[in-house]
Design a protein around this ligand. Sequence first.
Ligand SMILES: CC(=O)N[C@H]1[C@@H](OP(=O)(O)OP(=O)(O)OC[C@H]2O[C@@H](n3ccc(=O)[nH]c3=O)[C@H](O)[C@@H]2O)O[C@H](CO)[C@@H](O)[C@@H]1O
Ligand SMILES: C=C(OP(=O)(O)O)C(=O)O
Length: 434
Amino acid sequence: MASFVIEGGHRLCGEIHPQGAKNEVLQIICATLLTAEEVTVNNIPDILDVNNLIQLLREMGVTVAKKGIDSYSFKAENVDLAYLESDEFLKKCSSLRGSVMLIGPMVARFGKALISKPGGDKIGRRRLDTHFVGIQALGADFRYDEERGIYEITAGGLQGNYMLLDEASVTGTANIVMAAVLAKGTTTIYNAACEPYVQQLCRLLNRMGAKISGIASNLLTIEGVEALHGTQHTVLPDMIEVGSFIGMAAMTRSEITIKNVSYENLGIIPESFRRLGIKIEQRGDDIYVPAQETYEIESFIDGSIMTIADATWPGLTPDLLSVMLVVATQAKGSVLIHQKMFESRLFFVDKLIDMGAQIILCDPHRAVVIGHNHGFKLRGARLTSPDIRAGIALLIAAMSAEGTSTISNIEQIDRGYQDIEGRLNAIGARITRI
Ligand SMILES: CC(=O)N[C@H]1[C@@H](OP(=O)(O)OP(=O)(O)OC[C@H]2O[C@@H](n3ccc(=O)[nH]c3=O)[C@H](O)[C@@H]2O)O[C@H](CO)[C@@H](O)[C@@H]1O
Ligand SMILES: C=C(OP(=O)(O)O)C(=O)O
């Protein structure tokens, strides 16, 4: 298990480039299974979750070629269906949340998918009902094999249908869309998730020959087609990384420029940081964050205390709440952070409290943060990274703290952030991997 040793108190200065979006690329890579032709994907981040998924596809028989520094081509001409039954495949799926999105394409193209309970962050219950109910609505049979602990989905041929999802699940919507593109007839998905990840998937599928309309809304209509063909795709910048860098700049009182952020795809993220009092300037497609000695959390118009809560898109992504919480610890004022979606994502605040932050954890979903307004610096500490976003939030806390901190279990951070210490050290951080 690797660790980061962080010397706190150094300001950052300069430009930083966000990597390609993890949650988009996981969908896109799975979608390449929908055709026997070559699909080239650009701007793929070099991170653990993505590399594991690429490796999994290779082992499934997909021809994967590295075309450039961040470009790969995928050709799923000879998929080894027997491998998909093997314990080895199922074990690998269980360590990777993104593997759940193999179901849609596999059922659509080969009529069968097996999957073990997918991995990912341990941040509370993460049910898969939406995925299975949606694919069942297209005519697939679904069975849970208790002995092997696996889900088995089979279909003689999928048939388009109307469905109203019980929740706007991101990966669930992706799975159903990928199944529906090759189904007979028309599928309508109401209460579909419409995060940029899903939008990008739909655009890719349309370039492959699919007929999807309603992209960016919560009502998707998919006219099934006989087959899909090869194409090219470029992954958007990772909006969670962009948000993480905004928070990092504010917390360390640094002046940085985040390059090529695809501003139009950031939704409410910039405004949410502005509500914490952080100044952000859009400069073309870059975000400039000036050095700020202080930032003051806004109140609501009626004077009541600000709440920052997650919601499905175009609401605020839950993946940035840990970062916003940490940033609030040095703001002027108070804020209620309300993590509605996940049940166990706020427990890392105990570590921030040990570092000197003023936080009241009201319940597993809500924490009140009373900012220090930089009047008191957090203290360096020995920390461990419980999940990817708490990990980056703790890294931010450590970078702003007095003294040296150690963060263990940084594999959690590596799941989603490419060479994070290299990129941050290049603009002034002092982070060592041991
Ligand atoms: C690989 C990937 O893409 N992971 C992302 C994806 O996970 P994932 O697709 O697994 O998450 P879901 O969208 O299915 O749901 C996330 C959580 O929110 C709850 N929920 C969801 C929708 C809703 O309307 N109400 C509700 O309460 C679910 O029960 C679940 O606990 O989306 C999450 C929500 O943006 C992000 O945190 C994850 O980073
Ligand atoms: C929760 C996340 O990832 P995963 O869905 O892969 O666990 C995340 O990216 O914040």
